[in-house]
Ligand binder design. Structure first.
Ligand code: NAP
Length: 461
């Protein structure tokens, strides 16, 4: 068996997905092994995953992490293959035969469903659709949102729900200075939405916002964040949670919400309402959303294990838009096991499992490994763990040299699509920045793959 440093060519690793977990995996692989090449594949011509397509346009500081990823991508031991979809252009089996190791960092692109009647009515959307739409993500650019009504209801109280609420509430003139997609700006400019209600099935101590994000919801210009004081009286189990060190964030959140409860409603501005202990049981309407039926819930279980149990007490909340923001879900990868309930690929420290046995040479990191939790930085430690597994296994897996992308040239060509290199992405990037500059924005994204390719070709001529 060859030893990793025996001179028979570099270790070839394929990383599938160019979001934070993929880049952190690439960074660690390149730092920890002197003779290794990373090929990173993404189905879009543009890298950075949710940093580009998910992070809210009014959060430019969070997007700056792409500077770190850019530095990794410039390493001579790194090659980007954009516009290549694994599962369509190439199979996992092809990657396995061309690379010593394949690291799947493909995130969690599906949505959890509420499983209630009316969920698919016109006017009921997933948060994913809305976030993708305002961020100019090609899959969602054609979505249409009707902002002619005055009340939008958001189901869920996590940071994605917070982003949706903030974008709906923010005066459009404040959004003009961001990299929000132009189509979203045009549509939001005509919005008549005045009230935005965030519904939590559990109590104020169990909301999933991070305190920084919750605080921000109270700082939107011309908008009041509001909660009912009586909803913020905590029972014994909730009081126990916030007095425990594990409840530090919850304690800060409850303090912020108490501040919202004492705020005066804004005169003519928008309002963000926080409601608790209510779960949607039905979305009503004939051709489109007219209201949502909510059941009062009660909490059961010990501190930190409390669940919401619906009661028979219900009421209707009139609204014209519903956003379901109840978490993402991973998508099965053909040929690999999948845990439907958790929405992840079963794994042991990043080693993909088939039953109890590791699948040789195949690894996962990020949301497809642990589920859709944590902030961008959480992916760094997660990817380090996976890379440690890869490096530990190298002596076992390196029985023959692997040619990497060179072995896949014919299949890549047969795929028909234009493969986009990192240098070509930089041309798209430059072009988007110039378009943005003309509009006083940091960038104006291309929202159609064909436009991105045309921008590359225009630079070349
Ligand atoms: P999340 O944090 O898991 O929040 C999901 C919310 O939906 C929770 O309030 C949850 O309540 C609720 N929910 C789930 N199932 C429900 C049901 N059947 N009925 C009613 N409510 C239901 O998920 P997320 O907001 O999608 O965020 C995903 C991850 O991305 C998180 O780690 C988040 O912090 C991160 N993120 C971070 C930022 C940032 O840092 N700026 C921005 C966006 C996203 P329960 O608690 O009762 O389950």
């Amino acid at each position: 068996m060859n030893n990793p440093d025996d001179g028979s060519g570099p270790i070839a690793v394929a990383v599938v997905g160019s979001g934070p977990s993929g880049f952190y995996a690439a960074e660690t692989l390149l730092r920890r092994h002197p003779n290794l090449h990373v090929d990173m594949f993404d189905r879009l011509p543009t890298p950075f995953g949710l940093v580009r397509g998910g992070v809210a346009p009014d959060h430019p500081k969070i997007k700056q992490v792409s500077l770190v990823f850019d530095k990794i991508a410039r390493s001579p031991a790194f090659t980007f293959f954009g516009n290549v979809e694994i599962g369509r252009t190439l199979t996992i089996e092809q990657l396995r035969s061309a690379y010593h190791a394949v690291v799947l960092a493909c995130g969690a692109s599906a949505d959890r469903r509420l499983g209630i009647a009316g969920e698919d009515l016109a006017g009921s959307h997933t948060a994913t659709e809305f976030v993708g739409w305002y961020n100019g993500q090609p899959d969602y650019r054609d979505r249409v949102f009707d902002f002619s009504g005055e009340h939008a209801v958001i189901v869920g109280q996590g940071n994605v729900a917070g982003d949706v609420a903030r974008i709906l509430a923010t005066p459009v003139d404040d959004l003009r200075k961001t990299d929000i997609a132009e189509h979203a700006l045009d549509s939001l400019a005509g919005s008549r939405i005045r009230d935005i209600t965030l519904i939590g099935r559990r109590g104020p101590a169990q909301i999933k916002f991070t305190p920084v994000e919750l605080k921000e919801l109270g700082q939107v210009r011309c908008c009041a964040a509001l909660a009912a004081a009586e909803d913020l009286n905590l029972g014994a189990s909730c009081a126990a949670e916030i007095s425990d060190h594990r409840g530090d964030d919850a304690k800060k959140n409850v303090t912020l919400l108490r501040g919202f409860a004492s705020a005066a409603p804004a005169g003519s501005g928008r309002r963000i309402w926080f409601r608790f202990l209510e779960a949607p049981v039905r979305i009503n309407g004939t051709d489109r959303v007219k209201s949502v039926t909510l059941a009062k819930t009660r909490m059961e279980g010990p501190p930190f294990g409390q669940v919401a149990v619906a009661t028979a007490q219900t009421h209707d909340l009139t609204c014209s838009l519903v956003f379901r923001s109840v978490g993402y879900k991973g998508v099965a990868v053909p040929g690999l096991s999948f845990d439907e309930r958790a929405g992840i690929i079963p794994n042991l420290k990043g080693r993909c499992l088939y039953g109890d046995d590791p699948v040789p040479g195949v690894y996962v990191t990020g949301w497809i490994k642990r589920g859709p939790t944590g902030i961008i930085g959480t992916n760094r430690a997660d990817s380090v763990e996976t890379v440690e597994s890869v490096l530990e296994d190298l002596p076992k897996m390196r029985s023959a040299p692997k040619a990497g992308a060179a072995a896949l040239e014919a299949s890549l060509r047969a795929g028909g699509g234009r493969i986009v290199s990192y240098g070509e992405w930089q041309k798209i990037d430059g072009s988007e920045r110039s378009r943005g500059q003309a509009r006083g924005k940091p960038r104006e994204k291309f929202t159609i793959v064909g436009e991105m390719i045309a921008a590359i070709d225009a630079e070349a001529t």
